[in-house]
Design a protein around this ligand. Structure first.
Ligand code: NAP
Length: 263
């Protein structure tokens, strides 16, 4: 099943669940910037919410909002009865420390799953894991290599793969080329999340049966590019665009429904 087909099928399931709920779930989206990428992400989230029958409340604050004012706005959202959960669209303007913002969101309303005490996983690894399981990709005892160790993708992805009994190796910018090539050659599952277009290419050897999950998104005048060149000699490779981005969007609402179900 392609990712697009998978997302359409899961959306139909979610829509059905939402239609049977007594109260329509409500997600808050706080946006402080107007950069084209953020606008595109927010537009996608609003479109998904409308499709699923979920109420989305977009709250735009001025770009020069101070950190103190944003934190007090977040405090209000943490306490209100209107929003079941909310997100603060990243990146934030320079005057605001993103880490402080992530920690200010009440873990019980943290749809992005960024808070260290959140019981939810960040949307990108969560979306990827749901897809791998749905597709019955063998995980137990398999060699997984995660390229990149960010707090929102690489590290939680590694934890989730480990929880499924994969043998997990996390590599990063300090990993030698020789080691990287060796790990990749032995990998059954490769998740690449570094933001370097075409980093995975034919200079590496791959298992024919390997699955490559391409998280990277880099934009240039020709469009969006992943961290892997298309058409690598493996069993399955997720495309960019139309791949992990869609899984991430879906997982946001999977997280919201989890929050609502725990109330
Ligand atoms: P990040 O915070 O910038 O982290 C990048 C990671 O890549 C770091 O751990 C870095 O290693 C590692 N790295 C950089 N160059 C490397 C190299 N040559 N070899 C091996 N590792 C290298 O990035 P992020 O937020 O995780 O995002 C990564 C990419 O995924 C970006 O393109 C982003 O746009 C995309 N993304 C996509 C989605 C989606 O839904 N599709 C969601 C989130 C992010 P060090 O730690 O050693 O510096």
């Amino acid at each position: 099943m392609t990712i697009k087909e998978y997302v359409a099928a899961r959306k139909a399931e979610f829509k059905d669940v939402v239609s049977k709920m007594e109260k329509v779930p409500c997600i808050g989206i706080v946006q402080l910037n107007e950069d084209p990428a953020s606008n595109a992400y927010v537009k996608g989230k609003l479109k998904d919410a409308a499709e699923l029958g979920i109420k989305a409340d977009l709250m735009k604050l001025p770009i020069d909002t101070s950190e103190k004012d944003l934190l007090s706005f977040i405090d209000g959202l943490n306490k209100d009865d209107v929003h079941d959960g909310f997100i603060v669209q990243m990146p934030l303007p320079k005057q605001i420390d993103e880490e402080k913002v992530k920690l200010a969101v009440d873990p019980k309303k943290d749809v992005d799953g960024f808070h260290p005490l959140s019981s939810l996983f960040p949307c990108t690894p969560k979306g990827i894991m749901s897809y791998l399981k749905y597709e019955n990709v063998p995980l137990v005892g398999k060699n997984a290599v995660v390229i990149g160790r960010s707090n929102i993708v690489g590290k939680p992805m590694a934890r989730m793969l480990l929880a499924e009994s994969c043998n997990v190796t996390v590599v990063h910018s300090k990993t030698s080329n020789e080691d990287l090539a060796r790990y990749i050659e032995n990998a059954d599952i490769i998740v690449v999340a570094i933001g370097k277009p075409g980093f995975l290419d034919n200079r590496f050897k791959y298992k024919e049966s390997a699955v490559i999950v391409d998280v990277g998104i880099s934009r240039d005048e020709t469009g969006l590019h992943g961290d892997a060149i298309p058409g690598l000699p493996v069993a399955n490779q997720t495309p960019v665009p139309g791949g992990v981005g869609l899984l991430t969007r879906l997982a946001l609402y999977e997280n919201l429904l989890e929050i609502v179900s725990k109330k």
